[in-house]
Ligand binder design. Structure first.
Ligand code: GLN
Length: 505
């Protein structure tokens, strides 16, 4: 652990906190200092030292009484898509520029209760729509590995803050890849859990049947601590699950499954993953995949074979169809979710108007950015009478087929699926400015998982062109987050990609 706590993991900080070698106050102050040292990343949108230090004081009081849990006193930060009572919440949109929520999102509430100390709110793509964090109304976030490239998106600030060593963990959301893709491009670890395991209450809605919160951290072991607190049944979210395959959906579920997998792996001896069947979809290694990504993913698969795993070639024949299906369904849901920003209920209202209709249309014209408007237009189009059957209904059918492909693989062929997260390393900022759909195509490896509602993660597995990080995607069957994290941890025990730091590549 470095003296200024930069790049420390949750586990390291937790031990130091509970042994009172460091206070939550000192850690919070150090993280605030790092956030301002790295202000050029534009990772944070709202910082308020006073609020942060008040949370640290509370955590120190608990730790003093020996009441600290694994996350008590740990500095974290939240994607600005989770509503917070104290910090502003903007979803990186002008529409909500001065909005403060009357309540905390369930994810924020649970992490507060666990004693975490929030350093602030993190930049993202506007309403989580994007893949490079360039769609933020408050400017792009930069990648700590190279300031000229994107950190990925939409949870770009969340990945950049961890990659720069400011905080050990952050929250993000993933609708079509927004936790996994920025984690991959920033060389950190992130997990999107099974749909329905983490409450969406207070998470500003984009595509409700797809949106799921997930943590980003320095390693798989730290993700367990975060996800374990974040997940659990919440009656305020109508799609929240009460049980996961017969196991109650509550704090402790992920940790227990993780520990059980670890015990099993340890008993296997020198080759801990003996017999684990890794499905490698042939469609993930097509001509669209850059050679540097393919090479890094290949060597990760070899490492898994050294650990005893067996590689099985599988087929996910509708991989490419995930793009059109997602880019019909997600905008359709977005157009409906975003109808609430009408100038009456939340945030921005146009200054000049002569009637109600003009007020609403001017408010929306001024408040939303280009990508959000594009999605609203696509969404209303595919939902309108006459096109609904041809587009929306058809996309839902394809979604079912994609889900069936995954189900077939898990039922017959493999225990986990592995492949790339992105077709290439991070792009230059501004590279796709004139071609908004280029980013959509780059989501090819993450969208299917979201449509199927499966858990999946990204862990660092090497470096590609320009020495930029490459991520390995691990996809599990429903509710297998614990096992997935343990499989990721076994890789991180024998490799050090996750420990690399941007300043000393
Ligand atoms: N890149 C995808 C999109 O723009 C995914 C975004 C997300 O997961 N929030 O829709």
């Amino acid at each position: 652990m470095s003296s200024n706590f930069e790049f420390s993991s949750i586990t390291e900080l937790g031990v130091a906190l509970r042994e009172r070698k460091v206070s939550a106050h000192e850690l919070a102050q150090a993280a605030l200092n790092l956030a301002s040292k790295h202000a050029n990343l534009n990772a944070f949108l709202h910082i308020n030292d006073e609020l942060t230090l008040a949370q640290a004081k509370h955590a120190d009081a608990l730790l003093e009484q020996g009441k600290g849990g694994p996350l008590t006193g740990i500095p974290i930060a939240h994607k600005d898509i989770f509503v917070t009572r104290q910090w502003k919440t903007t979803a990186a949109s002008k529409m909500l520029e001065n909005y403060t929520s009357p309540f905390d999102a369930t994810v924020v509430h649970r992490l507060n209760e666990a004693g975490t100390v929030s350093i602030g709110k993190l930049n993202c793509d506007e309403f989580a729509m994007g893949s490079g964090n360039e769609n933020s109304a408050f400017g792009a976030t930069r990648n700590p590995w190279n300031l000229d490239v994107v950190p990925g998106g939409s949870s770009g600030g969340s990945a950049a803050a961890v990659a720069a060593g400011i905080v050990p963990a952050t929250t993000g959301t993933d609708t079509g890849g927004s936790v996994r893709q920025p984690a991959a491009l920033c060389g950190v670890s992130g997990i999107k859990p099974t749909y329905g395991t983490v409450s969406r209450f207070g998470m500003i809605a984009f595509g409700s049947s797809l949106d799921q919160a997930g943590p980003i951290a320095r390693n798989a072991n730290d993700l367990v601590d975060m996800l374990d607190i974040m997940s659990g049944f919440d009656e305020r979210d109508s799609t929240s699950l009460e049980s996961c395959d017969g196991v109650a959906n509550q704090t402790g579920r992920v940790r227990k499954a993780y520990d059980e997998s670890q015990t099993r792996f340890s008993q296997a001896g020198a080759k801990p993953l003996t017999g684990l069947r890794i499905g490698v979809p042939k469609e993930y290694f097509n001509e669209g995949l850059a050679p540097d990504i393919a090479a890094a993913v290949e060597s990760a698969l070899k490492e898994y074979e050294n650990l005893g795993a067996i590689r099985v070639e599988i087929s996910l024949p509708r991989t490419q169809l995930a793009i059109p299906a997602y880019y019909v369904i997600a905008p359709a849901e977005a157009s409906s979710n975003l109808s609430r920003y009408d100038g009456v209920r939340y945030g921005h209202r146009a200054g000049n108007y002569s009637n109600l209709e003009e007020m609403t249309s001017r408010t929306r014209a001024e408040g939303f950015g280009d990508e959000v408007k594009r999605r609203i237009m696509v969404g209303t189009y595919v939902l309108c009478h006459g096109y609904y059957d041809a587009y929306y209904l058809q996309a839902q059918r394809v979604r079912r087929m994609i889900t069936n492909d995954f189900q077939h693989a898990f039922a017959e062929q493999c225990d986990v699926i592995m492949g790339p997260v992105t077709p290439s390393v991070a792009k230059q900022i501004g590279e796709n400015r004139d071609d908004p759909t280029a980013d959509w195509l780059a989501d090819v490896y993450t969208l299917g998982v979201s449509l199927a509602g499966l858990p999946a993660m990204s862990i660092p597995c090497g470096f590609g062109g320009q020495n930029l990080p490459v991520g390995l995607q691990l996809i599990g069957n429903y509710f297998n987050e614990g096992q997935l994290l343990a499989i990721a941890d076994r890789y991180q025990r024998v490799t050090d990609w996750h420990q690399r730091k941007p300043d000393q590549k």
